[in-house]
Ligand binder design. Structure first.
Ligand SMILES: [Cu+2]
Length: 136
């Protein structure tokens, strides 16, 4: 009887383990997208975070406005296929995959417009993928 109880407990435990593992993964992804809305978020003096998503040949947002002198951490992810995120004139070059973020930080000391493009071939819309960081 003792052994039967132990076996049942192990079986129950194993089922619980599998169930909670897969549901935790799903909720992690949901939380990640809800906790990081696309756009620019200020989190300190001259410190900004820009959350960018690549989706169906577009970036969200496609225009990022920040003040000159700001240190910006770009956190970017893809919502469909793998994409790239390269800001011309900077060392920010990120690889975007669905379900996780890649990060790069840059301080914009000069005002101007810095174009960003996709540098990972992603299909017919690849050449249309661009946006701009406006530093003013
Ligand atoms: Cu592309």
């Amino acid at each position: 009887m003792g052994a039967a109880f132990l076996a049942a407990a192990l079986l129950l435990g194993a089922c619980d383990g599998r169930g909670s593992h897969s549901s935790a993964g799903a909720s992690d992804r949901a939380e990640a997208s809800e906790e990081a809305p696309a756009g620019v978020h200020e989190f300190g003096p001259d410190r900004y975070e820009a959350v960018v998503y690549a989706h169906e040949g577009e970036y969200q947002p496609s225009e990022i406005r920040i003040p000159v002198g700001a240190e910006v951490t770009f956190r970017a992810s893809a919502r469909d296929l793998p994409h790239g995120f390269l800001i011309e004139g900077t060392d920010v070059e990120l690889d975007l995959f669905s379900g996780r973020f890649d990060e790069g930080t840059y301080t914009f000391d000069e005002p101007g417009e810095y174009r960003f493009i996709c540098h990972v071939y992603c299909g017919p819309a690849h050449d249309m993928m661009s946006g701009v960081v406006v530093v003013e």
